[in-house]
Design a protein around this ligand. Structure first.
Ligand code: Q9C
Ligand code: ZN
Length: 346
């Protein structure tokens, strides 16, 4: 297994996120990737590799060019408003919701931020664009290494995560949709049908929305029931895809408190659906915020459960790309991610 790790990830280091009416320290921190990196190295899992340059043409097919332009200039625009802004990260405070216009780009910077960000929990920092781009390169290179036959499986070990980011929006700590980029790269390399299996605690709303009208990329997500869990406004079982994509989206919402036995039944259901779809390659959006010790999530998976997750995924027998998503029990991240990969490789 090739592991493409993001050498730029530390440049994205948000200071504060809005959480229940207060600014609190970010959950999505650089130490997350360091713990996974060290665990993989220590256990000798895979071959660690750095990514090449990002493929901007591929990025522009998954994300709207005007959105990418905004991300690229956002920090400079923020500092141009006031050099003292250096001390604060960019967070939105106003949005084009409820009867307001989404189709016009206001000149006001805060208004622009609100047009692209769907929550106030995702700080944009000085190095966010550089880190997100290198992360996208990890996902693309991982997909291409597997598609070319160089490796049977690969992992994109990156942060920031990606599955909440859509064609023209960010949120949920995500800016560029790494899993979607990997899926598109697999399609471009010749796989007629691919699947994205999202096992993060949170619904992969960005990935779902990117592929919602496409039949060639099957999206399946098991996650905390959005009636009570973030991202709240998407991820329900009646979202089946539309047009050519009708039947190519599967949501399996599960109640808070779900334990491994119940979760595993949902995983098996998603895996059976991936098989029925006829996918020739698989992207796993690998969040381990399903862990019982996760500070912002409510499932009950234990460390010893993760190898069995990897084993089940291996049972599909598909060329597979793992893409790092969430997981906020920072000290346990290494063991839990390593567990999935070891179970997969066993
Ligand atoms: N009161 C990922 O795992 N904050 N993103 C939730 C709930 C957002 C998680 C606050 C959680 C986003 C990639
Ligand atoms: Zn998550």
């Amino acid at each position: 297994m090739l592991i493409f790790h993001n050498p730029q990830h530390q440049r994205h280091a948000g200071r504060q996120e809005m959480f229940r009416g207060r600014l609190v320290d970010c959950h999505e921190v650089p130490a997350r990737q360091e713990h996974v990196f060290e665990a993989l190295k220590r256990r000798g899992i895979g071959t660690l590799q750095e990514p090449g340059a990002p493929d901007m043409a591929l990025l522009r097919r998954i994300h709207a060019p005007h959105y990418l332009d905004f991300l690229a200039r956002a920090w400079d625009d923020w500092i141009a408003l006031d050099p003292a802004n250096e001390a604060v990260d960019v967070l939105p405070s106003v949005w084009p919701g409820k009867g307001l216009r989404y189709d016009v780009e206001p000149l006001n910077f805060s208004a622009q931020v609100g047009r692209y960000a769907f929550d106030a929990g995702t700080p944009l920092t000085a190095g966010t664009w550089a880190a997100a781009l290198a992360g996208a390169a990890c996902a693309t290179d991982a997909a291409r290494a597997v598609a070319s036959g160089e490796a049977r499986s690969a992992m994109a070990l990156t942060r920031p995560p990606g599955h909440h980011a859509g064609a023209d929006f960010y949120g949920g700590y995500c800016f560029l949709n790494n899993s979607a980029l990997a899926a598109q790269a697999l399609r471009d390399a010749g796989a007629a049908r691919v699947a994205v299996l999202d096992v993060d605690y949170h619904h992969g709303n960005g990935t779902q929305s990117i592929f919602y009208e496409r039949g060639d990329v099957f999206t399946a997500s098991l996650h905390g029931d959005p009636r009570t869990e973030y991202p709240f406004y998407l991820g329900y079982a009646d979202e089946l895809g539309s047009g050519a994509g009708l039947g190519a989206n599967l949501n399996l919402p599960l109640p808070a408190g779900t334990d491994f036995d119940t979760w595993l039944q949902a995983l098996d259901e998603a895996i059976a659906a991936v098989r029925r779809h006829g996918a020739e390659a698989l992207v796993v959006a690998l969040g381990v915020d399903t862990f019982e010790g996760d500070p912002i999530s409510k499932f009950k998976l234990r460390a010893e459960d993760y190898p069995r997750v990897g084993e089940r995924i291996a049972g599909l027998g598909l060329p597979t790309i793992f893409v790092m998503e969430g997981g906020y029990a920072v000290a346990a991240l290494g063991e839990n991610v390593a567990g999935v990969l070891e179970g997969y490789l066993a």
